[in-house]
Design a protein around this ligand. Sequence first.
Ligand SMILES: O=C(O)CCC(=O)C(=O)O
Length: 317
Amino acid sequence: MEGLTLTVSDEERVAGRLRPEQHSRAALLLHTAGCLVLRNLLPPEVVARTGTAFQRIFADCVRSKQGDSWYQVSAQERAVFWERAARWRIFPKLRPPFDSEMLLANPLITPLLEELIGKDFFCKFVSSDSCIRGSMLQAPHRELSAAGVAEPCAYILNVPLTPCGLDNGPLEVWPTGTHLWQPAMLARYGLSDDMQDGANPVMEAFARHFPSTRIVLEPGSVLIRDPGMLHRGTPNQTDEPRTMLTICYLRRGHSHDYGDARFNLDESLRDALPSAVRRLFAGADLRPAAAAEAVSRRRRRWPWRPGLPHQARTDSK
Ligand SMILES: O=C(O)CCC(=O)C(=O)O
């Protein structure tokens, strides 16, 4: 991944913007490869604070979990969460430290997103992916209906809160233009790209035509990726959970059913956000009735029945 890594300098962090040549390199890498690592983007204390707070939420979710249902809510922290195949998806409430402008509206990243998905892009949700021992090698997949579009419509910012090494479930990516593959062409030849936790031998075999790489990330570095790029989770072989925040930004007008700002915010939390972050949630309907509806509608649509491939597929981001 060295070729797709740009190191942020102290001067850039202090100035709050990338040098023009660094910005253009980043924009071009996202356009062509579909992903990019910005090394040393975040101050260690911001990541450490967030990581500590996340551990508390994770422990609360583990304690609160009842059965296998989707969209559970943790007892103390009120985080929406579920766990499937040793992968926890947790949506923290955006109160300190998760409301940080540095994390959610980072001034070095915002201009890139504005250029690529429009000045009025918005944040769809903030979740986390924590894989634990027992997590499997996922099928290579693409998500958020973002693949093969003429103009990019979504980016995910992955922020590691723990070291992501080769042994604890690094993300594997195919940065070879796979975000540009046309869904209609894939469908014509029976190649499905939306299976995550089930087997997809056809895509598995096809993906072998292309080089992939497993991304090692230290806290402080971030991965920006087009969710249309082929990628997958890999097994965590350690006893410590591996956590990355998954911050989802969409072009205004693009939609997908996965994730919801209402899992992260209500009106009073939204009003307390720093203004640069609040702007990213403009337009989200955060009224209490809407939040309850968001959870129950999804519960109705996504019942979990293990072993049914189409059910595994509906979990797709
Ligand atoms: O390991 C991760 O953080 C994400 C894995 C993944 O691609 C997914 O669950 O969709």
